[in-house]
Design a protein around this ligand. Structure first.
Ligand SMILES: C[S@@+](CC[C@H](N)C(=O)[O-])C[C@H]1O[C@@H](n2cnc3c(N)ncnc32)[C@H](O)[C@@H]1O
Ligand code: SF4
Ligand code: SF4
Length: 342
């Protein structure tokens, strides 16, 4: 039981194609439970495909899951998973890739064709929203938005937030954002103040200089102002969890400790995650990927990670980074790497 994750029994992720996954479609190797435009939700949620997925899960096989990348949703002590489940408590809308900035490590560019394709799909979602989602959202407790792009940079995603609240005013939100447009004003306009349980802000830096190297067209001052407001909401008890994300690269690794101190001051959790390269053999990506043993700053990262601050309860370092092992200069020489490694 201890190894099981709650997602297949409790959550769904919806794509703009109508495909329904129980978790991040990428982490579950695109194992779809069904399509919301072709079947009723009851047929999907407890259908053959959903039960097959849960069955291998109950046997602790996890054959569709990328366990070294995902974030399992751990069950409470008395949680009893079964093949047939009650309606999901957590609904995630994560397909809208629009964004107001360009982080150098994120492939978020959208071409014209993709934009047109997405718009058509989104129209269908908007047009059918009430009929499809009312029965699901009425029974749900949490809605998550938007780990694909920037929620506050998209009219469509903001419209989803409004529609969700209209259907279920008691709903709580888990929001992930780059923080720039996540202002006091938008929180008030969307009436989100008392509806957010978890907010994750991706910052990746402790200084404006480093931030500007990583996030093109960003606004560090605005970001800090908004994080401070969210921190205030946390301190006042409106917000349960505030998490500040930091994707570790060769550009920002030496700000990890400073970032952890900042998170503590904000009463937030500092979340350190390894950078995932998108293309296997790309020179620039390899330079950015400090978790590669062949990266010239690799051993410096290992040294930083030994700092006791990362054992504090307000710091989380993902398993991938935790499991990195020091590498010898001889090994690096084999790869003909220039530069000194201490
Ligand atoms: C794609 S973003 C979407 C949400 C929002 N725009 C944001 O930046 O938080 C979701 C998360 O993925 C992270 N991310 C993007 N590209 C990544 C990469 N190549 N490796 C690891 N994490 C990445 C972002 O930093 C962010 O924390
Ligand atoms: S084990 Fe990982 S990939 Fe599988 S459902 Fe849970 S979080 Fe998703
Ligand atoms: S803000 Fe988020 S979605 Fe936008 S480019 Fe950065 S990581 Fe990607």
């Amino acid at each position: 039981m201890s190894k099981i994750c709650k997602h297949p029994f409790n959550s769904i992720q919806i794509q703009n194609t109508g495909e329904v996954y129980c978790c991040c479609c990428y982490w579950t190797n695109f194992y779809s439970f069904g399509n919301i435009f072709e079947q009723s939700f009851d047929e999907i949620w407890n259908g053959e495909k959903a039960q097959k997925f849960r069955e291998q899960f109950l046997k602790q096989e996890f054959k569709y899951c990328k366990l070294n990348e995902c974030e399992p949703f751990l069950p409470d002590k008395d949680y009893k998973p079964s093949l047939v489940c009650e309606y999901p408590k957590q609904i995630e809308f994560s397909y809208d890739r629009r964004c107001n900035v360009r982080c150098i490590f994120c492939r978020n560019e959208i071409n014209k064709e993709e934009e047109i394709y997405n718009r058509e799909k989104e129209h269908k979602i908007e047009k059918n929203f009430d009929s499809i989602f009312t029965p699901i959202l009425e029974r749900a407790e949490i809605v998550e938005l938007n780990s694909a792009g920037e929620l506050f940079a998209s009219k469509h995603s903001i419209e989803i937030v409004k529609k969700v609240i209209k259907i279920n005013p008691n709903i709580k939100f888990k929001i992930i954002s780059n923080g720039i447009l996540f202002t006091k004003e938008i929180i008030e306009a969307l009436d989100l103040k008392e509806r957010m349980i978890t907010v994750t802000i991706s910052m990746h830096s402790a200084t404006e200089k480093t931030y500007n190297k990583l996030v093109k067209h960003g606004n560090f001052k605005k970001l800090i102002e908004n994080v401070k407001y969210l921190s205030q909401l946390k301190k006042q008890g409106f917000l349960q969890n505030l998490q500040l994300n930091f994707v570790v690269t060769s550009i920002n690794y030496n700000e990890m400790i400073k970032f952890a101190h900042f998170a503590k001051k904000m009463e937030a959790k500092a979340f350190f995650i390894n950078y995932h390269r998108q293309i296997d053999d790309n020179k620039l990506e390899k330079e950015l990927d400090i978790s590669l043993p062949t990266n010239k700053n690799y051993n410096k990262l290992i040294k930083i990670l030994k700092n006791p601050i990362f054992n504090e309860n307000y710091c989380y370092v993902n398993d991938y980074l935790k499991n990195l092992k020091p590498i010898s200069q001889n090994f690096l020489n084999l790869f003909n790497i220039k530069g000194r490694v201490k």
